[in-house]
Ligand binder design. Structure first.
Ligand code: URP
Ligand code: ZN
Ligand code: ZN
Length: 473
């Protein structure tokens, strides 16, 4: 199969040119002016951008968490990713403390193998560290092509690790030359504050943010930075939500700590008022760290524009509103009265499964609220949504750039498209959209995965099971 894309306005992280792109099999083989080649399919990209396939470096698909399981499978999530322009995702493999890392890695891999329509890789979660786990982690890095770990400083009693385990994980990562991605919130501060709020009857979803204020996240970041400084390990802070957290990381970088900052799309386009919505609707917006006030999202946009923040991921973590989010209030699932606001007996925000579905919407929201709104330029958009993740996680230059020799992962993007996001039309499995009614300006009109057309005019037309597990370097 060969593909010729003519009149492509090619936008990479660092350059822009108009040219034709020729793809043979799975690879971009030639880029140049008016290519004289014969192709199985010719596409005229006049008036559209051609971007490298987008990469989402922080995704949860199979996720046993807070007494339930995330809603999507690779069947739904990979199709949703592709329709939204994401051709590669990196999933967090999150074993329980009781599971052996190798066994967990195989389990997570089996959920994707032969199912995923897009390419994928894994960050290996370290939720316990002892002699047996150390050996297995080494094997996962050396034999399975995994080049990143994931640790949680939050979620005490579940995924969270203690300081000895954190130290040993970072020391091993340094030895193996892998990067450690980290959820940075101080678990003890959360436990204490949650306990106090719940005891005082402050139990609705609007209390989730005050239970883990910015100081809790900044402390988590400071903690990780100190450990990174002492061990020399490279770290990547996932889902950074606020100014104090960014400032702590920037200060550590000045001391020589190698730290990359990720933010996620909900923090950029939503704010803390969403979790205050009545009738328990606020539960739809409960994620951790919490969505902050506008002042913080404005700051995140600034830091994205100046390159301090490298990547915009999703932290896609889908839970149904009716059947899962209401675990934080058993009565809420039955509510029919629009004024029903369950802050009384039975409600408990600390039991609401944390997470927001967004894998389908990240690119369009970033384009609309970033590029169209004038907050970031096209190159920053490509860097943050594709190239920087490819570079940070060992996928570049195979992924993350429209260049000869790279995988033919292309997004032909139509900036004239106008649409509205809704749970009614999304491919994600959840019964709600956190961005219901949001207008988007632009969408992928055609998406290829290694030369195979996976999306045409917003419709998935790809091949389930064609996605490859990417060995990283
Ligand atoms: O609220 C979130 N972020 N849920 C997913 C798990 C995690 O912490 O990344
Ligand atoms: Zn997290
Ligand atoms: Zn996450």
């Amino acid at each position: 199969m060969s593909l010729l894309i003519q009149n492509a306005d090619i936008v990479n992280a660092d350059a822009r040119r108009t040219a034709d792109i020729f793809c043979q099999g799975e690879t971009i083989t030639k880029i140049g002016a008016r290519l004289d080649v014969v192709a199985d399919e010719v596409i005229d990209a006049t008036g559209k951008y051609v971007f490298p396939g987008f990469i989402d470096p922080h995704v949860h698909i199979y996720l046993p968490f807070m007494g339930t399981f995330a809603k999507d499978t690779y069947n739904s999530a990979s199709r949703a990713a592709l329709v939204g322009g994401t051709t590669t995702l990196i999933e967090m493999c999150c074993p329980s403390r009781e599971e052996e890392p190798l066994e967990a890695f195989r389990l997570w891999k089996a959920k994707a193998d032969g199912v995923s329509a897009c390419d994928y890789a894994f960050h290996m979660g370290v939720t316990r560290f002892d002699e047996t786990t150390g050996k297995q982690l080494r094997q996962i890095v050396e034999k399975e092509g995994v080049t990143s770990f994931k640790v949680f400083l939050a979620y005490k009693g579940a995924f969270g690790i203690d300081d000895e385990e954190l130290y040993r994980t970072l020391a091993l990562a340094k030895k193996l030359g892998v990067v450690v991605t980290a959820h940075c919130e101080n678990a003890e501060l959360i436990a204490q504050t949650q306990g106090k709020l719940v005891a005082a009857g402050k139990v609705g979803p609007e209390w989730h943010e005050p239970s883990r204020p910015v100081a809790v996240e900044a402390e988590g970041c400071h903690h990780l930075m100190s450990f990174a400084e002492m061990t020399g390990a490279e770290v990547y802070v996932v889902h950074t939500s606020c100014r104090p957290a960014v400032e702590v990381i920037v200060a550590a970088r000045k001391r020589g700590v190698r730290a990359t900052i990720e933010t996620v799309i909900p923090y950029l386009v939503l704010d803390s008022s969403y979790a205050e919505r009545p009738s328990f609707e606020g539960a739809k917006y409960v994620m951790s760290p919490p969505i902050r006030s506008r002042e913080h999202s404005d700051y995140l946009w600034e830091k994205l524009a100046d390159g301090t923040i490298s990547t915009v991921a999703t932290d896609h973590a889908p839970f149904d509103f009716a059947t899962q989010k209401h675990m934080g209030h058993p009565e809420a699932g039955k509510a029919v009265d629009a004024n029903f606001h369950p802050t009384g007996e039975g409600a408990d925000f600390s039991r609401i499964p944390n997470g927001i579905p967004s894998i389908e919407d990240r690119v369009n929201l970033l384009f609309t609220h970033g590029v169209v709104a004038g907050r970031i330029d096209l190159h920053t958009f490509v860097a943050a949504a594709s190239t920087n993740a490819a570079k940070r996680f060992g996928l570049y230059p195979r992924k993350g750039e429209v260049t000869e020799g790279a995988d033919a992962d292309l997004v032909i993007y139509d900036p004239s498209h106008r649409g509205t996001l809704s749970a009614k039309t999304q491919l994600m499995e959840t019964d709600y959209s956190a961005f219901e009614g949001f207008e988007i300006q632009g969408r992928p009109s055609l998406v290829t995965v290694r030369g195979d057309v996976a999306v045409r005019e917003g419709k998935f037309v790809g091949t389930m099971g064609r996605g490859q597990l990417l060995r990283r370097s």
